[in-house]
Design a protein around this ligand. Structure first.
Ligand SMILES: C[S@@+](CC[C@H](N)C(=O)[O-])C[C@H]1O[C@@H](n2cnc3c(N)ncnc32)[C@H](O)[C@@H]1O
Length: 412
């Protein structure tokens, strides 16, 4: 963990940085957003990046820092969706109030002439008609302020704007922020082939981190689909920064410092190491296996995931102390719930009979199916897979793992 950003810059870049970059150390209020339920793991990630001040909110973690912090967060965070630089926050119970708040922001410092922008709004407010109306108000405030200073309006561009301003509405208030990320961080870009029900990459990483996976233990996903869990495990095991090879919206900011971003990427890539334990992805569908192999190549971890065509009920562990992490079919998007109950019961039996000594973490979106597993979960965590409320369940498996009755489940 670095003591101060300035120390880190000196250590990583020596005299390469320009004067302007090396003296730059603002403490902007920053926000990393995430799926609900992942706030604590995201906070832990930010603490390990040198932000002990990071504080959890609902679907977000707040922290502070300048450009280096923005770059490091975008390059390194596994569980975040995007990183926002907050510009203003306050009451906004009417369009006039929102306009006042947006007009007071020195947009001329963030924009350079000829840059295009877009405004995106989310959330709900009692005083503002709609998110579309909020976007319109903020767009007018930005354009009016810049026209007053420059004598010309900046262009609004919906498809590929240089700057994206986020408006977050909540009750009688609003927050305005600049998006530093662009394409969400969860879109790692290694999954061109899609699949029946792929898990968001950031959620897969979050599930692994919640399960305590650090790469030192053998990992098995017996229902791997497109391989998201296994590939994220390989990225964690090798300490590969998930955003090291992609571009970010902040590369179009007025303050963008390419040398500093390159140094951040190189520092993170320099910390890569070999995987210490096997990572196995299985699926009964041979097409899934082809997809996993291609996706692993696209993720830059070829050969790190062993892929097998196998029914999950014929479970075989890759080693002692295996962590089984999986997102079995749960009826919302894959499979018929009635047939799935029988499958969950049989998979639960396989866990009991064939996985003594392992710990299993299952992400399940249907509570009825949870009961069918027939094992008592040692822990339950609520997570959201898009709009679907899921349970992440931990099962500690040992010889004669305690099976339980339906009555046990409804009590527990
Ligand atoms: C919800 S999807 C997993 C999605 C995956 N986490 C991803 O990100 O792509 C469930 C997967 O379980 C597989 N599956 C269903 N029944 C199975 C069985 N009996 N044995 C092994 N795999 C099975 C399906 O082929 C499907 O790929």
């Amino acid at each position: 963990m670095r003591a101060r950003p300035g120390d880190w810059i000196a250590e990583a870049c020596g005299s390469v940085l320009s004067m302007r970059e090396s003296v730059q150390d603002p403490q902007w209020p920053l926000v990393a957003t995430c799926s609900r339920g992942l706030e604590e793991v995201l906070r832990a990630e930010l603490v390990s990046l040198g932000h002990p001040e990071a504080t959890c909110g609902r679907g977000m973690v707040s922290f502070r820092g300048g450009l280096e912090a923005v770059y490091a967060a975008n390059v390194s965070l596994r569980t975040a969706m995007r990183v926002l630089r907050q510009l203003a926050e306050g009451p906004a119970s009417s369009g006039e109030e929102l306009y006042e708040m947006a007009s007071a922001i020195p947009w001329e410092e963030a924009f350079t002439r000829g840059r295009t922008f877009a405004v995106e709004s989310a959330g709900r407010s009692t005083g503002l008609r709609s998110t579309a109306y909020a976007s319109l108000v903020v767009k007018d405030a930005i354009a009016d302020r810049l026209r007053a200073r420059w004598g010309m309006r900046p262009d609004v561009e919906r498809r590929n704007p240089d700057l994206v301003v986020h408006v977050h509405l909540a009750a009688d208030g609003a927050g305005l922020a600049l998006d530093s990320t662009g394409e969400p961080l969860s879109h790692r870009g290694y999954r061109p082939m899609g699949g029946p029900a792929p898990l968001a990459e950031s959620l897969a990483a979050g599930v692994l981190l919640l399960a305590g996976y650090d790469g030192s233990q053998p990992l098995l996903d017996p229902m791997a689909g497109t391989g998201t869990i296994a590939i994220e495990a390989a990225l964690i095991a090798t300490r590969t920064p998930p955003g090291a090879r992609r571009r970010f919206a902040c590369e179009r900011w007025a303050e963008h410092a390419p040398t500093l971003l390159r140094a951040v990427r190189e520092k993170r890539l320099g910390a890569r190491r070999p995987a210490a334990a096997p990572i196995v992805a299985g699926d009964r569908d041979a097409r899934a296996v082809t997809a996993i192999e291609r996706n692993a190549v696209a993720a830059g971890i070829p050969g790190l995931v062993t892929v097998v065509v196998k029914d999950a009920r014929e479970l075989g562990l890759p080693g002692p102390g295996t962590l089984i992490v999986s997102n079995p079919p749960y009826g919302e998007r894959v499979g018929d719930p009635r047939e799935l109950r029988a499958f969950y019961r049989e998979f639960g039996d396989a866990l009991k009979r064939r996985a003594a000594g392992a710990t299993a973490w299952l992400l399940v979106g249907n509570p009825d199916l949870v009961k069918a597993v027939g094992l008592r979960p040692a822990r339950r965590i609520v997570l959201f897979n898009g709009p679907i409320e899921c349970r992440l369940l931990r099962y500690d498996l040992y010889e004669g793992s305690r099976s339980h009755t339906f009555a046990d489940e409804t009590r527990g």
